[in-house]
Write a protein that binds this ligand. Structure first.
Ligand code: B12
Ligand code: SF4
Length: 580
């Protein structure tokens, strides 16, 4: 295997296939798919115990989309194929390069895909990138020509002989698709869905367990695709015009940390009367360095924040009262997704319930619970390796090391596989005490609306008007249905009833009429969904097949037929029943 700055002889003439690993994902299979590890963000690790209230949604493989946009050679992308579809693609077409993007739990699929590529395309170079590249023995496990550790855009540019420093072109892609909640599928329209925005990769904070930070250089390192607020603003205007969106899901581990860029973006948003909504990841300490006025005008409407655990020693949390911070943010309409780690060094069977109670007491709109997991490439992994506490692959296969099942090491205090039980208890406690995330989200949006509906700045008003549109109708109906669902549970019935009362007060008689009318439909649908879930239904993402302009032109020349944009219908999900 060539690791030293390889260059492909065909350069821009090379035909490239980029692919994600094959599905189905939410099944237990020999290649490492696990039913407990679906290709869904929320249902995998946030709302997984919320039954019909769980938010179901898929996300494209953003790394590959970014690569495709920046490759000036014929490039085809296959996202979420099943094995048969993948085989058909490599058996029926000639490719010079096949690039696979993967994370470590999917190593079994990568092994299989590499074997299939060698069989069907013996002349093709195989390149592997993404978080799996952090496995130190990857090259010994799979038959691969190149491994890209870190940024793939510059890697591919060098490999194909292009200018590595050319500006990075941003793809125009919706952040999510196949959204479904309470058993009802939602159209992923630009009004309701955010576009993806990738300003940077990596995070300089370098927390000991963080594989994202590790992949892009660790402490003190990161890579900006867009250095300045001006560059980012221009990219956002371009996406806004192309996709007709007003919201951006900002895929940047610590977006607000890049203060100069954010403040300049804020200036430009003011100057150009933009009232965008931004969904961001940010550490607590960084959030505290902005005034609420700045956050609101910047359109921060949703934030993913690591809470990790009480008394954890992470610099990103030092000196911040996270409960106060969450309360304050949510009272301004900013939905918080808090993230808590189960299994930190000081966690024991004796204190774990207190730890859960502390996490749940934040009453964040969403709460992720994850096992403290040493991932190759991180400081935490190196420590466990040195102390001999890692479990062997036989004891703990990589496919199961996804953070929602078991530790991949011997924890000093938590033994006998009890961590899985603790995780489940944490998720359930959060639901039991705080109620469905959907209800919490609606409550938070309502708080924001009440606070800002008469704000003197028209851009701020415009954003809140846009965000609460559904509160008058579908969300009101959802609250009505959720309250009915809890009619045997006095405390939750009253809690949700208060939200409904506030909605009626704000939006008047039309909403009072619409809520029960649509609500009964949602209520029936929740029961149907609940029965399906009990019967073992899981959901899979649709397959996407896309070619860039050069690949389409090549196809046209080769077959002398009019080229077709071979994209699968966006926004579809494929239900699959596995339990009966
Ligand atoms: C979006 C996302 C998802 C989406 C996946 C969507 C999809 N279609 O794949 C969802 C929500 C479904 C998901 C699920 C899971 N995820 Co996830 N996910 C992320 C997240 C938040 C963003 C990834 C991203 O798009 N980044 C932006 C792009 C631009 O960066 P990138 O992907 O790294 O790509 C760059 C390079 O890596 C490289 N590159 C990538 N691919 C390739 C391919 C080639 C050929 C080349 C040359 C280069 C290259 O070039 C790109 C540009 O620089 C990351 C955290 C993060 N911030 O990275 C976690 C992360 C990747 N997920 C992770 C994990 C563990 C999971 C889960 C197991 C669930 C879980 N328990 O967290 C499941 C697995 C699902 C499954 N069955 O496979 C871990 C991976 C750990 C590891 N080292 O393997 C991460 C790092 C989070 C974390 N810190 O724990 N995830
Ligand atoms: S602050 Fe978050 S993204 Fe940054 S290194 Fe720590 S865990 Fe990773």
């Amino acid at each position: 295997m060539d690791t030293n700055a390889p260059v492909h002889p065909l350069g821009s003439k090379a035909r490239i296939l980029l692919t994600s690993v094959f599905g189905p994902y939410a099944v237990d299979d020999e290649y490492g798919s696990r039913r407990i590890n679906p290709m869904e963000l929320y249902h995998n690790q946030v709302t997984r115990e919320q039954g019909p209230f769980s938010l179901r949604m898929f996300h494209r493989s953003f790394g590959l989309l970014l690569l495709k946009e920046n490759i000036k050679a014929p490039c085809t992308m296959l996202d979420f194929p099943d094995q048969e579809r993948f085989i058909r693609e490599i058996a029926d077409n000639d490719y010079d390069i096949v690039g696979i993007s993967a994370i470590i739990p999917n190593i079994g699929k990568v092994e299989r895909m590499c074997r299939l590529i060698r069989e069907h395309l013996p002349g093709a170079a195989i390149v592997i990138g993404g978080h799996i590249a952090n496995m130190s023995d990857l090259a010994d496990r799979v038959e691969v020509d190149h491994i890209c550790r870190g940024d793939g855009v510059s890697w591919f540019r060098r490999y194909l002989g292009f200018d590595r420093n050319a500006p990075v072109k941003h793809p125009h892609v919706m952040a999510g698709f196949g959204t479904r909640i309470l058993g009802v599928s939602r159209a992923d329209t630009p009004d309701d869905t955010a576009a993806i925005l990738i300003p940077s990769v990596g995070c300089p904070m370098g927390c000991n367990f963080c594989s994202t930070s590790a992949l892009f250089g660790g402490k003190g390192r990161f890579l900006n695709f867009y250095e300045t607020g001006d560059e980012l603003f221009s990219v956002m205007c371009d996406i806004e015009a192309g996709l007709k969106v007003s919201s951006f899901f900002v895929m940047d581990e610590n977006f607000l940390l890049h203060r100069k860029r954010s403040i300049r973006l804020l200036e430009l948003m003011k100057e150009h009367d933009k009232s965008w909504s931004l969904f961001v990841f940010s550490s607590a300490k960084v959030l505290r360095t902005y005034t609420m006025e700045q956050l609101i005008r910047l359109g921060i409407s949703w934030v993913w924040m690591g809470l990790e655990g009480e008394d954890s020693s992470y610099a990103k949390l030092s000196g911040v009262d996270t409960r106060k911070l969450v309360e304050e943010l949510q009272s301004h309409g900013i939905r918080v997704l808090g993230s808590t780690i189960i299994g930190l060094e000081n966690h024991t069977p004796e204190n774990i319930h207190e730890i859960m109670d502390y996490a749940v007491s934040h009453d964040t709109v969403f709460h992720q619970f994850m096992l403290y997991t040493p991932i190759p490439g991180t400081e935490l992994y190196a420590q466990h390796l040195a102390s001999g506490t890692l479990l062997s692959e036989e004891e703990m296969p990589y496919a199961d090391s996804h953070g929602q099942y078991r530790f991949n090491y011997r924890h000093e205090h938590i033994t006998q596989g009890r961590e899985g039980e603790y995780l489940q208890q944490a998720f359930r406690k959060d639901l039991e005490i705080n109620g469905p995330s959907l209800a919490r989200m609606i409550r938070t949006m309502l708080s924001g609306w009440k606070r800002y509906r008469n704000h003197p700045d028209p851009c701020i008003r415009k954003r809140f008007v846009r965000e609460i549109r559904s509160l008058k109708t579908t969300y009101a109906a959802a609250v009505w249905a959720m309250r009915k669902w809890y009619r045997q549970d006095n405390r939750m019935y009253r809690k949700i009833g208060l939200i409904l009362r506030d909605i009626y007060r704000e939006f008047g008689w039309k909403t009072r009429i619409v809520a029960p009318l649509l609500g009964i439909y949602a209520y029936v649908s929740m029961h149907r969904e609940n029965r399906r879930l009990d019967a073992g239904w899981t959901y899979e993402p649709a397959v996407f097949y896309e070619k860039n302009a050069l690949a389409l032109a090549l196809e046209k020349n080769q077959y002398a037929v009019s080229s077709q944009k071979a994209t699968m219908p966006q926004g579809l999900f494929v239900p699959r029943t596995t339990g009966n």
